[in-house]
Write a new protein. Sequence first.
Length: 248
Amino acid sequence: MDLMREIPMTEETNATRHQPCATVDEAILSRRSIRAFLSDPVEDETIREILTLASRAPSGTNTQPWKVHVVRGDVRNQLCDEIITAFIAGDQYSEEYAYAPDPWGEPYLARRRATGWGLYGTLGIEKGDKDKMKAQHARNFGFFDAPVGMFITIDRGLELGSWLDLGLFLQTLMLAARGRGLDTCPQQAFAGFHKIIQNRLAIPADEMVVCGVALGFADMSAPENHFSPGREPVELFARFVDDLATND
Ligand SMILES: Cc1cc2nc3c(=O)[nH]c(=O)nc-3n(C[C@H](O)[C@H](O)[C@H](O)COP(=O)(O)O)c2cc1C
């Protein structure tokens, strides 16, 4: 299949409406952040296909602001070792952009807590067990054992709008991976170690490391991979506006 080929709306079916596609729902519904991967390798060709599909994500006036740095094999292993060593030593951590407000307010704080404790619960990590929490957090920096890691970077000269585009790219990438039986975990945790990543992968200074993404085959025997935090119902985040407010 030529993944760069655009599919005309009416091709094959000759219909006037775009036909529904059930597998999109399946990809969306089966995607979750996977935190334990098998060591089975992923072919470079498959990674290229996923990136090709991800590049179909929309972006403002087709600016395509995403950049991806893929690591596997020795490069992945050595880089992960360096970051894990720095994490354990409490070294080299710095943030270039704020992902989180300080402090988090509600309702976000409660959702974060429920997700964090839900995940730790599946792993038998109890409140106050800081060593186990730190060890679990450290697993981020080995891509949760995924054989492929990606770093998403963005041109520093771009604005917030392009970060929106980056999010769309990220989700498209994760769904494309699902479509091929692969799984992912988006990882903002890596941003704190941007100095090591930027330096060791020779990422140009005008790019900013936004996040990492683990890619591989999920280990479905790992309990943490069966954790799937719920979502709020539509009524809680969407409203259908039936009347205009009076113009004051
Ligand atoms: C931009 C972004 C950054 C994230 N960073 C991390 C991370 O560093 N480590 C991690 O384990 N999960 C990370 N996650 C995964 C979220 O915790 C996860 O998406 C959320 O809990 C919802 O669960 P689900 O992805 O399984 O549906 C990140 C997700 C996003 C979208």
